[in-house]
Design a protein around this ligand. Structure first.
Ligand SMILES: Nc1ncnc2c1ncn2[C@@H]1O[C@H](COP(=O)(O)OP(=O)(O)OP(=O)(O)O)[C@@H](O)[C@H]1O
Ligand SMILES: [Mg+2]
Length: 612
């Protein structure tokens, strides 16, 4: 009990309406565990009654047994005491078990619900929220709850009952001695209020230092390659030890806060006992109270100081748990922007993809990323999107697959507005291969299966063979069962792209939206990726954000995107003949190819009709 029990900063403190809504929601979420909670409270009350029964039995033993010399009364009291102690042991265990069971079940439900919400959130949500903050919600905020759940609740319920019942017992035993005991109470209350404030401040300080320390540690580990490359190890160690020293100091400060308080509480306890013995002895001589009553009083009081201390800490724990819950409920309340409408319809198997007068701006951005864009991709057509960086190519690609909804205008497939389509048919018919494909920790096969979890090994094999990458993956020691590690760090950039393409091949969609990776590959791998792409593009509509000339040359039509608008649209030869943006772009590309002397592209690209 020497640690600080959580805390909140001023801005985290809940107002009364927030407290009410947090309580109401927690209560409704805890309803399934009501039985467990009730059982727990039952055992808490049994425990408290046992604690109170002890001193009363001592009183009986003294007044009825020892004083008059009545052995059987004394024996009776002793046996009862033993029985009560055994019951107390059982009830203590049971209350702990059931309270934790209820608390942990609550946390489990909360965690799953929050995660469920996060996983269903739209892309725009993640543009707004930082991943780090969301992870903190799931770890630190749930941790704050866990603290309350694991011991706070037990203490709160237990201490509350104990204090309330003990006051009644004391008053019944002797109102005079109760008044004497209450003399110490003001000291305790004042000290507790001060402690609660100080410990909250100390806790917040420790929390902040821990945060700084953690981020310094994390930065050091994730950036270790750069640190070593520039020989900045000593500098990093110095920074880390500095944040550690600060953390140590703030921990020590919090320990000091605890020591004066607990010291004082202990002193108050002894002072109260001394007063009771003194005044009680005097009252015994005057036959106002019995000797047993005085002893019972001293014993009972000793049992009361713990609950007072615990309740004083609990205020902080409750506050921080309330603040955490409020934030978590905030996540639960956020509706995903991209969701299926009630009477959604399936997308047809073939059709045109039409972008009709679409404008779009990212949340918080003050300018349009797309500005009244219209374009039609016919069935089986390949459209390449080219243009300078930041022009809006990826944005347009994402809207075509409904990763975002347009701010204005609509995207149709086969005449159906994507907003009216069922999510399953949408993800089945239109597949995006993003600029940087994300690989999960697991095997290559697991990663490909993300696209279609029920795919058989043979399906995967067929898809890979079709793309011509089967042999490449089979060359790994474990073949498709090779572990790719976090983010696929054991695979090369090219291999990661091949995995991403294999995923799309497995789904076999009507429309493929490809955001070509900007990273450069070695010539051999690049040819392999291109060959796989060629196969993948066959027999379907393709929209490809192209960063390579070779990709552009494979397209039927090209849309030049600049500053959120389509400024040129047409076949390669037409656009070159126009001598506009596209002509300039191709000339630049060609120059960079000739100057780097890796002339893998046909030199006569501007006028040739090869390569397709
Ligand atoms: N998630 C986002 N939140 C806010 N703004 C964004 C977001 N993604 C892109 N933008 C902005 O929207 C504009 C278009 O970005 P987009 O990613 O579509 O460009 P791009 O043409 O794909 O560029 P590149 O060739 O570099 O991939 C840019 O100004 C960019 O800064
Ligand atoms: Mg892009």
């Amino acid at each position: 009990m020497w640690s600080l029990g959580g805390g909140v900063s001023e801005e985290e403190k809940l107002n009364r309406t927030q407290v009410r809504s947090v309580l109401r929601r927690s209560w409704s979420m805890a309803r399934p565990f009501k039985k467990t909670i009730n059982t727990a409270i039952f055992f808490v009350i049994i425990s408290v009654l046992c604690v109170l029964a002890g001193p009363i039995l001592v009183r009986v033993g003294i007044d009825k047994g020892i004083e008059p010399g009545n052995t059987s009364a004394l024996n009776f009291a002793v046996v009862c005491y033993v029985v009560v102690t055994i019951i107390a042991y059982g009830a203590g265990r049971a209350q702990y078990m059931y309270l934790n069971k209820a608390g942990e079940s609550f946390l489990r439900v909360l965690r799953i619900r929050v995660f469920d919400r996060l996983i269903h959130q739209s892309m725009s949500y993640y543009d707004r929220e930082k991943a780090g903050v969301l992870v903190a919600r799931m770890t630190a905020d749930i941790e704050a709850m866990a603290e309350l759940v694991q011991w706070g609740l037990l203490q709160f319920v237990g201490s509350f009952f104990l204090l309330a019942l003990a006051m009644v017992v004391l008053a019944v035993l002797s109102w005079q001695l109760t008044l004497v005991a209450l003399i110490v109470l003001p000291i305790l209350v004042v000290a507790s209020v001060k402690f609660q404030r100080d410990s909250n401040r100390a806790y917040l300080d420790v929390r902040e230092r821990v945060g700084v320390n953690m981020s310094s540690l994390q930065e050091g580990i994730t950036g270790v390659r750069v640190i070593q490359a520039y020989a900045r190890e000593e500098e990093q160690i110095r920074r880390f030890s500095e944040s550690n020293r600060a953390l140590y100091r703030s921990h020590m400060k919090s320990v000091r806060v605890s020591t004066w308080y607990f010291g004082l509480v202990e002193f108050a306890g002894i002072a109260a006992a001394a007063l009771i013995v003194g005044v009680g002895g005097w009252l015994v001589h005057r036959d106002v109270v019995s000797l047993g009553t005085v002893v019972a009083f001293v014993l009972l009081l000793a049992n009361l100081f713990d609950p007072v201390q615990q309740l004083s800490q609990l205020y902080n724990t409750l506050q921080s748990a309330g603040a955490a819950l409020l934030k978590l409920y905030g996540i639960l309340d956020s509706e995903p922007e991209i969701h299926e409408v009630p009477e959604a319809q399936s997308l047809p198997h073939v059709g045109e993809l039409e972008v009709r007068d679409v404008s779009f701006s990212y949340v918080g951005a003050d300018r349009l990323a797309l500005d009244h864009v219209s374009v039609v991709v016919h069935h089986g057509e390949r459209l390449a999107l080219v243009g300078p960086t930041g022009a809006g190519k990826s944005t347009l690609a994402k809207l075509m697959a409904r990763l975002y909804d347009p701010t204005d205008g609509s995207v149709f497939f086969g005449g159906v507005d994507l907003r009216q389509a069922t999510m399953s048919s949408l993800r089945r018919q239109i597949v995006v291969v993003p600029q940087e494909g994300f690989l999960f920790d697991g095997t290559i096969a697991d990663n490909i299966r993300i696209a279609q979890p029920d795919a058989a090994d043979d399906d995967i094999r067929a898809a890979l063979q079709q793309l011509g990458v089967w042999d490449r993956f089979m060359a790994f020691p474990d073949g498709l069962h090779m572990q790719v590690r976090e983010r696929g760090s054991r695979l090369s950039a090219g291999e990661r792209q091949l995995v991403a393409l294999s995923r799309a091949a497995l789904v076999d969609p009507a429309v493929l939206v490809l955001d070509e990776a900007t990273s450069n590959l070695d010539p051999g791998t690049e040819r392999e990726v291109e060959a796989a792409l060629d196969v993948l593009m066959r027999g379907r509509s393709v929209v490809v954000v192209a960063h390579r000339l070779s990709t552009v040359r494979r397209a039927d039509r090209i849309a030049v995107v600049d500053d959120g608008k389509i400024v040129e649209l047409g076949a390669h030869d037409e656009l070159v003949a126009q001598g506009g943006h596209y002509f300039e772009l191709v000339t630049n590309w060609q120059q960079s190819i000739t100057t780097t002397a890796v002339s893998r592209e046909p030199q006569n690209i501007l006028h040739g009709d090869d390569g397709k």
